[in-house]
Ligand binder design. Structure first.
Ligand code: MN
Length: 418
């Protein structure tokens, strides 16, 4: 499909992240107004609460867009999802009869503050990138035991904290934690010294389920995708992770980009998962291309200085799709809720500049990176700003995710000071 032209002319640029082909959903406010749902189009946001009030869009008997989350709309189901997308495409298309009514409802993106697009019901993070798992396993356990024996058979995950998921732009405070380096006899409680990022995609569950679902059903139940940075305290993780996995190392914050790029916007970019050494068991088998060809990048900017691109990779590097992860998640019977968020796991390519974490880029701190400013980094320093970007390149158009940023604030002097 080529670029779909819009009367919002900024959307018609081949490199613009938000053309009519995209229509990502978010929550915004402008100075002194309530948070509400909107859709990005070019350099503007169409105010959907206002559009609903004006009768321009109607998806339910009750208003669903005058709220600061997309959960109510997702809960209406996939017919409503398709109907809204079709209606918005009609309203915003070049030559639309609705232009006169819709144009006054546009808000300049530059005047808007973006908020969390959903209420995160529960958050699960996976470990499903083979290069990442191999690199980290090699550092933690040696190359012979790098991939755990289960890794090629199930997408390994852990239950995270929905309460710690924040929107892009939120500052991230360096955590304290219990650490023990191999040369110490006893652990100490101190600020994290190996604070890191994880470049991931987040999949948002839009349809609830109760009991095991198939990979196809799982794909159907996913509403859309966001960029996700799983902030990680590597020194806390190294001490705590066996045998039950990460806990406090992943509890500081997880940042997501504010625009949900929906599944239909990504349809043209579906790709297969990679070749497998072991055939998956039937309940996890691929049943169509369910990964996506999305270019991803991370920049790091020291405080007050220019940003350096520290990694470039692609979502298609994953070994398991979000649909396979969601299907696996349900096998033992757990209900999934509207608004559940699944982190893909760190996305790393095969070569060094494609690694999606500083742990891998600096090889456990042993090989510092040199930034364009001349400074070096092993892990994050106070004041560093990380920015994740993602875009799928179509025929004369781009499906962009916007950005997912966060700045590291210094650890508190005393986290228990009252
Ligand atoms: Mn992670």
């Amino acid at each position: 499909m080529p670029l779909l032209k819009s009367w919002v002319t900024s959307a018609n640029d081949a490199d613009h992240p938000f053309p009519l082909n995209n229509l990502p959903y978010g929550v915004f406010s402008t100075n002194g107004t309530e948070e509400r749902c909107g859709v990005a189009i070019g350099d503007s946001i169409l105010d959907l609460a206002a559009a609903e009030e004006a009768g321009l869009v109607s998806v339910d008997d009750m208003p669903v867009f005058d709220v600061p989350y997309w959960n109510d709309f997702m809960d209406l189901g996939s017919e409503a999802w398709d109907a809204l997308r079709a209606r918005l495409t009609e309203i915003l298309a070049e030559g639309s009869a609705d232009k006169a009514v819709a144009e006054p409802l546009l808000v300049p993106m530059a005047d808007a503050t973006l908020h969390m697009p959903i209420v995160v019901s529960e958050y699960t993070d996976f470990y499903a990138g083979r290069n990442h798992a191999f690199n980290v396993g090699t550092m933690f356990r040696g190359p012979e035991n790098a991939l755990p024996p289960n890794w090629l058979h199930i997408p390994i995950g852990y239950n995270g904290r929905a309460s710690s998921v924040v929107v892009s732009g939120t500052d991230i405070r360096r955590p304290w934690g219990q650490l023990k380096s191999p040369d110490q006899d006893l652990p100490a409680f101190m600020p994290c010294r190996r604070f890191d990022l994880e470049l991931e995609m987040g999949a948002i569950v839009g349809t609830a389920s109760d009991g095991p679902i198939t990979v196809q059903e799982a794909d159907d139940n996913i509403f859309g995708y966001v960029l996700l940075n799983d902030w990680s305290a590597r020194d806390i993780q190294a001490w705590e992770y066996q045998p039950l996995g990460p806990f406090q190392a992943k509890s500081t914050a997880t940042s997501i980009s504010p625009w949900i790029v929906t599944k239909p916007a990504l349809d043209a970019f579906r790709t297969d998962t990679p070749e497998r050494e072991f055939e998956l068991l039937d309940h996890l088998k691929d049943c169509g291309p369910m990964l996506y060809d999305i270019d991803l990048a991370v920049t790091l900017a020291p405080e007050g200085k220019e940003a350096t691109t520290i990694a470039r990779t692609n979502y298609k590097e994953m070994y398991y799709s979000a649909a396979q992860q969601l299907a696996h998640h349900t096998t033992a019977g757990t209900p999934m809720n509207v608004g559940d968020l699944l982190g893909s796991g760190t996305i790393s390519g095969a070569t060094k500049p494609e690694r999606g974490s500083l742990l891998e880029l600096s090889w456990g701190g042993k090989e510092p990176l040199t930034l364009d400013t001349g400074e070096t980094r092993t892990f994050l320093e106070d004041g560093d700003t990380l920015t994740l970007t993602g875009a799928a390149k179509g025929d004369g158009y781009t499906i962009g995710f916007g950005t997912c940023t966060g700045t590291v604030l210094p650890a508190l002097k005393d986290p228990y000071a009252r």
